[in-house]
Write a protein that binds this ligand. Structure first.
Ligand code: BEZ
Ligand code: FE
Length: 297
């Protein structure tokens, strides 16, 4: 390419950036200008033909068209391209006293069925019985009573309720409240590793990239308590074959736990369990809400 052509390409970028200079909100200005700079740099590097650019536009169009109340293809794209975990890393980082975070994913429901501690979210589904319990604490160690604990997971075939066509079908999800000692407990079934939905644009992109679509088996948690930052995370099943190649890059070592095989458990509260089951004990630590406010300046 001639020098004249190259400088004309940059002149175009500069013109668009300048056109945004008067955006009233400084954060909008900064964000849009960066978007234009990076998007133009991408196009200059890839040098798409017109047909290729039309394919890209069609891809994004189909991504929007497949979205509805139960399907969120943009989240899938963000997840599979590692952007969701990059945003997670930027906002929550590593280390610190609180439990590590990971992606929310597309299968969260904001107001899941309300459950009592000890309830079975599997509600008779086939699968290996799993008992889960733990304590929710503040970073200083004190237990947090009345925290909201939302849980959701796949069935023993690796499917979520939202993947079925029935809008009223909910299974393997629920909302618990911690008791006075910060404890929660529920019955479920062992989750299974599963392919994320591959029948849409995100799946086509994975196939084009030669990537597998699997996530290692896990249970999702979203925990909220007054005065604390909400925590979005999963607990992964130790030994799963996809722990090192999660399609959404969501695994952190501290979130991998042993789902023990047992015939006897004395839970933190309530009568003993004397039958074969898997057992997960996982305690969560929530960061103080003021820590985030202070970090934000
Ligand atoms: C999930 O774990 O539910 C999930 C996360 C990201 C993409 C697809 C599914
Ligand atoms: Fe999941």
């Amino acid at each position: 390419m001639s020098q004249i052509a190259a400088s004309e390409e940059h002149r175009l970028t500069d013109a668009v950036v300048a056109r945004i200079a008067d955006a009233p909100d400084p954060r909008v200005r900064e964000t849009l200008q960066a978007l234009v700079r990076h998007l133009h740099a991408f196009v200059r590097e890839v040098r798409p033909t017109e047909a290729e650019w039309a394919t890209a536009i069609d891809f994004l169009t189909r991504t929007g068209q497949i979205c509805d109340d139960r399907r969120q293809e943009f989240i899938l794209l963000s997840d599979t391209l590692g952007v969701s975990m990059l945003v997670d890393e930027i906002n929550y980082g590593r280390g610190g006293a609180s439990t590590e975070t990971t992606v929310l994913g597309p299968f969260y429901v904001a107001n899941p069925p309300v459950c009592a501690n000890g309830d079975d979210i599997g509600r008779g589904l086939a699968g290996e019985a799993l008992f889960v319990e733990g304590v929710v604490r503040a970073a200083g160690g004190s237990s947090l009573a009345n925290a909201i604990v939302d849980v959701w997971q796949s069935d023993d075939q690796g499917r979520y309720d939202l993947q079925f066509d029935d809008p009223d079908m909910f299974f393997l999800r629920g909302r618990f409240r911690t008791d006075a000692a910060g404890r929660f407990a529920f019955w479920s079934i062992m989750p299974k590793s599963y392919p994320i939905p591959t029948d849409g644009p995100a799946g086509s992109l994975l196939a084009a990239a030669g990537r597998h679509p699997f996530r290692p088996a896990h249970v999702h948690f979203r925990i909220e308590a007054a005065g604390h930052q909400p925590l979005v995370t999963h607990v992964f099943v130790a030994g799963d074959e996809y722990l090192t190649s999660d399609v959404v890059f969501g695994v952190k070592d501290s979130l991998i736990a042993d789902f023990q095989r047992r015939t006897h458990t004395q839970p933190l509260a309530g009568p003993s369990i004397d039958r074969p089951h898997r057992y997960l004990r996982y305690d969560f630590v929530l960061a103080d809400a003021r820590a985030k406010a202070a970090a934000a300046g």
